[in-house]
Design a protein around this ligand. Structure first.
Ligand SMILES: Cc1ncc(COP(=O)(O)O)c(C=O)c1O
Length: 368
């Protein structure tokens, strides 16, 4: 029986072991570990790839999001509207920067619902924080319209969306500032924690730069309080290597997603994600292939017995459903989503046989 784990972390390294050893050797023998050429090269390559003016390597995306809010001058009690369908880091970055997250429900695409955002705006609201989840960019026209009409900041949580686009424009470049994650399981992941802040705004860049580098500017002059949240040069060099192959990686994920969609669409027990590039407006990179399934828990167990690893994201809970956080909200769509949501493997190293086996197994569960 095949054994297909949800993610084989070792493979992410072993498939290019020789290249990575060479990269490590080059950076380590140059002695440039922190804030050196490998990092500045990567920051430039990343900004070019995304089509934005500035990118700053940071220690992880959570820091990047917090730094983003601090760069915008978030003050105690300021409210920020975010999706309840996201990782806790989205909301915690608001809290750590002194603000108050206001989670709202999702739309039919499982991303933040622009109508819910509009309804939640009140005099305390200062910002909107859409999460570009599973590698899909929200309808940013609608989000930006609400932001512009109400003079709100927009920080994009693009942790899962490097290379994803809406109407040809890259995720993370619509709002004032965005942040990306290079956590190992991300479509482009390094071998530890890593992230980037991206922006087109020079003032925000200057502020974010200082905040991630002990309050210093690029010349080393102290300008403000700050912290140490730098991306290591070795991680940056690993990411530069990956960025060169990134388009192919995305294409492979999109191919696998199309295959799953074509094979599974007949099963009315499932609600599948939209196919890649639906309507030509969205270009999705499929950080995850997540869908809603009737009898989800039985399906998960059945796939496990077939040797297929799956994931129920974030322990099956939306942000507002975590009791210790004290939200007292009912958000029916995202609650329904989490009752049924499941992720199946979508890694580029999966073979044609693997993905066929996964699709066949799901099919056979519902049509034994
Ligand atoms: C939606 C979302 N936001 C933020 C983060 C935080 O990223 P990091 O782990 O790099 O801090 C993640 C990472 O899993 C994420 O998926």
């Amino acid at each position: 029986m095949p054994n297909i784990p949800f993610c084989d972390y070792k493979k992410l390294y072993l498939d290019y072991r020789e290249d990575y050893l060479k990269i490590f050797d080059e950076v380590a023998s140059s002695g440039g570990f922190i804030m050196q050429k490998a990092l500045s090269d990567f920051e430039e390559e990343l900004a070019n790839f995304i089509g934005c003016k500035y990118s700053i390597g940071v220690a992880n995306c959570t820091d990047g999001l917090e730094i983003s809010w601090q760069s915008l001058g978030l003050r105690s009690g300021d409210e920020v509207i975010c999706s309840s369908h996201t990782f806790i880091a989205t909301a915690s970055s608001i809290v750590m920067a002194g603000g108050v997250p206001v989670p709202v429900d999702i739309g039919d695409d499982n991303l933040i619902d622009p109508n819910a955002v509009a309804d939640a705006v009140n005099p305390r609201t200062v910002g909107i924080m859409p999460t570009q989840l599973n590698g899909r960019t929200c309808d940013m026209e609608k989000i930006m319209e609400i932001a512009n009409n109400n003079k709100l900041f927009v920080v994009e949580d693009a942790a899962q969306a490097l290379g994803s686009k809406f109407k040809g424009r890259h995720s993370g470049t619509f709002g004032d500032v965005g942040a990306i994650s290079f956590y190992p399981a991300k479509v482009m992941g390094c071998f530890g924690d890593g992230g980037a802040v991206i922006t087109n705004n020079e003032n925000i860049f200057n502020k974010a730069y200082q905040l991630h580098e002990q309050g210093r500017d690029p010349n080393g002059d102290l300008k403000s309080w700050g912290r140490n949240s730098r991306l290591d040069n070795i991680q940056a060099a690993i990411l530069s290597f990956q960025l060169k192959k990134y388009i192919n990686v995305i294409e492979r994920r999109r191919e696998i997603a199309s295959y799953y969609n074509e094979r599974l669409y007949e099963l009315e027990e499932l609600k599948l994600p939209p196919p890649p590039s639906v309507n030509g407006n969205h270009f999705d990179i499929f950080q995850n292939y997540e869908f809603m399934a009737e009898k989800r828990d039985e399906l998960k167990q059945y796939l496990l017995e077939k040797g297929i690893g799956t994931l129920i994201q974030w322990n099956g809970k939306a942000i507002h459903q975590w009791e210790p956080l004290g939200f007292n909200l009912k958000l029916p769509k995202v609650e329904e989503f989490f009752k049924k949501a499941i992720m199946i493997p979508i890694w580029p190293y999966l073979s044609a046989d693997d993905i066929k086996y996964i699709a066949d197994s799901i099919y056979s569960f519902y049509r034994k």
